[in-house]
Design a protein around this ligand. Structure first.
Ligand code: PGA
Length: 244
C-alpha cells in the first residue's frame, strides 16, 4: 500500500484530485468509482475547479457510486444520488446517463442488487475512491461483512447512524438500511484511492494499514489489493508511528 501523509484536509484533497485527474487524462473514457460523505467533498470541489479551468473533461467518463440509503428517492436532499448531483455531476460535463447509483426506492431489493452487480461487472473501475468509517467500514460494509460480498442490503451499524446523523435534522431521520457495493466489488477495482482525515479516523487507519486482516475491520481487506494509495492527514495517521 502506498501511504501519503499530508498536513491537513486541504492537502489530502489536493493529492486526491491529482490522482483522479491523472487517471482521467490517461484514459478519458475511464470508469471512476465514487464515494459520498464529508471526506471527498474537497476532492469534488477541486475536480469542479479543474474542469472549469479546462484542465480535464469528464465527457466520456463513467461513474459508479458505492452506496445509497434505502427509502430515500434520488430527489431527497439526503440521498446520495442528490449529493453526487449537487457536489459534482451538475458542475462538470459528465453525462447523466453515465452516472450510476443503486435505486434507494427499488421495491425488489434482490433484483436491484443483481442489476447493480451486473452493471459493475460490465464496467470495471479504473479507480475506486473510498472514505473510511470510524469503525473501519468501507462503503456501507460494516464490521463482519464477508470479504466475498457483492452488492447487498445492510442494516447500518449504530455508530454509522450516529456519525451520519450530523447531516440530518434528527437522528430518527437517518435511514437504518442501505444498498452497498460489497467488499468483493470494491476489491475488483484496478486501483483504489482511500482518503482519511481527522483524529476520529486514527484507529480505523491503523487497522487498515497495520492491523490483522479481519472482517472486524472491513478496510483491512485492502492489504490484499496490490494497487492501493492511502492519502491521510497527520491526525488520521497519528497511530501509524514514524515509519510511514
Ligand atoms: P465521512 O464518512 O467521509 O463522512 O467521514 C466516511 C465513510 O463512512 O466512509
Amino acid at each position: 500500500m502506498e501511504i501519503v501523509v499530508v498536513e491537513n484536509y486541504d492537502e489530502m484533497s489536493d493529492v486526491a484530485c491529482s490522482v483522479v485527474e491523472e487517471t482521467v487524462k490517461r484514459n478519458p473514457a475511464c470508469v471512476l468509482g465514487l464515494a459520498t460523505g464529508s471526506t471527498p467533498l474537497g476532492l469534488y470541489e477541486r475536480m469542479v475547479r479543474g474542469y472549469r479551468e479546462g484542465k480535464v473533461s469528464y465527457k466520456n467518463v463513467k461513474a459508479v457510486n458505492l452506496d445509497e440509503y434505502i427509502g430515500l428517492p434520488s430527489s431527497h436532499p439526503q440521498s446520495y444520488a442528490f449529493f453526487m448531483r449537487e457536489h459534482l455531476f451538475s458542475q462538470i460535463d459528465i453525462l447523466p446517463e453515465n452516472t450510476h447509483i443503486e435505486n434507494g426506492m427499488a421495491t425488489d431489493e434482490k433484483a436491484e442488487c443483481a442489476r447493480y452487480n451486473a452493471l459493475l461487472d460490465s464496467m470495471p473501475r479504473d479507480l475506486q475512491v473510498l472514505g473510511i468509517g470510524s469503525n473501519g467500514h468501507i462503503a456501507f460494509n460494516e464490521p463482519f461483512t464477508p470479504f466475498g460480498s457483492e452488492t447487498h442490503t445492510v442494516a447500518l451499524a449504530e455508530s454509522t447512524v450516529k456519525d451520519n446523523s450530523r447531516l440530518f435534522e434528527r437522528i430518527e431521520d437517518v435511514p437504518r438500511r442501505a444498498f452497498t457495493m460489497g467488499l468483493k466489488n470494491i476489491m475488483d477495482a484496478r486501483r483504489i484511492l482511500i482518503l482519511a482525515s481527522g483524529a476520529n479516523k486514527a484507529n480505523a487507519v491503523y487497522g487498515l494499514v497495520k492491523g490483522e486482516v479481519t472482517t472486524a475491520l472491513p478496510a483491512s481487506i485492502l492489504q490484499k489489493h496490490g494497487n492501493v494509495v492511502l492519502v491521510c492527514d497527520r491526525a488520521a495517521a497519528q497511530k501509524l508511528g514514524d515509519g510511514v
